[in-house]
Write a protein that binds this ligand. Sequence first.
Ligand SMILES: [Zn+2]
Length: 309
Amino acid sequence: MAVKIKNMKDTLQRFLFENLAVRGELVHLDATWQAVLERHEYPEAVRNVLGQLMSAVSLLIATLKFNGQLIAQIQGNGPVSLLVVEGTSEKTLRATASIKEGQEDFSDESLQGLFGDARLVITLEPQQGERYQGIVALTGENLAGALTDYLLRSEQLDTDLWLAADGKQAAGLLIQKLPETEKTKSNSNVIELNSDIDGWNRIQQLSATIKDEELLELDAEEIIHRLYHEEDVRMFEPDLISFRCSCSRERVAKMLKSLGVDEVNTIIKEQSTIDVACEFCNHKYSFDAVDTKQLFASNISHDSPKTEQ
Ligand SMILES: [Zn+2]
């Protein structure tokens, strides 16, 4: 593993077009995406949308203005009932997909075929302050379109997105038109405004020439050069992205407690232990009769730090 890491890049590259009110981001996920795929096996079509959603969440957390997390879900009534990707302001991600039991036919790889009638739900959860949730219907041909729709509605920002994923990596490109007030080196006269509209259109057209293979195979610098070599682009210091699951024995204990003592005792009687696997990282938490007795014996026991696993 340590040998491989050298070639693995999990980076988020932000950039800005000088003199244009347009910013951009590129994300490339290797180890982070592999960490998801190592823990669960998904049909290819499901895997690719999950990877795309993971790239999208990386792009969205790049500019979070609070400490906390962003959760993106696709909820549908098709063969795939749920995709979840959680990203934090610390640039960590985790992801999971739920497939309906007994479902084996994924021949229709369109979003409609996979998710049926579905919606994209984006939840912003600051550690302090109020939760915000935005919901858009998952219509159209790809996930990028639904996200563009979400960003326009929730933030009134013109955005364009390209997302790609395969069995090895996941990647994405975002460009966004900034509000006039945030424009760098602004001389607000009519000529500059006009040239800005042209600028946005030009950057959109250049970006749209990106191919999935390029997005997946090339690093940020190469992509930026290939697409925008005639533009004046400022690149920022890249951020590192990694996989991290926030599950813990304490959280599972809390969940069991919420089931109630009768329910828990019934399961213990039937199976002698309660085994709970984290849906994100697949880590297994096991509770036997002694553990569960302790769980309900005291109200504070499950909150006290526990070092054993
Ligand atoms: Zn976990």
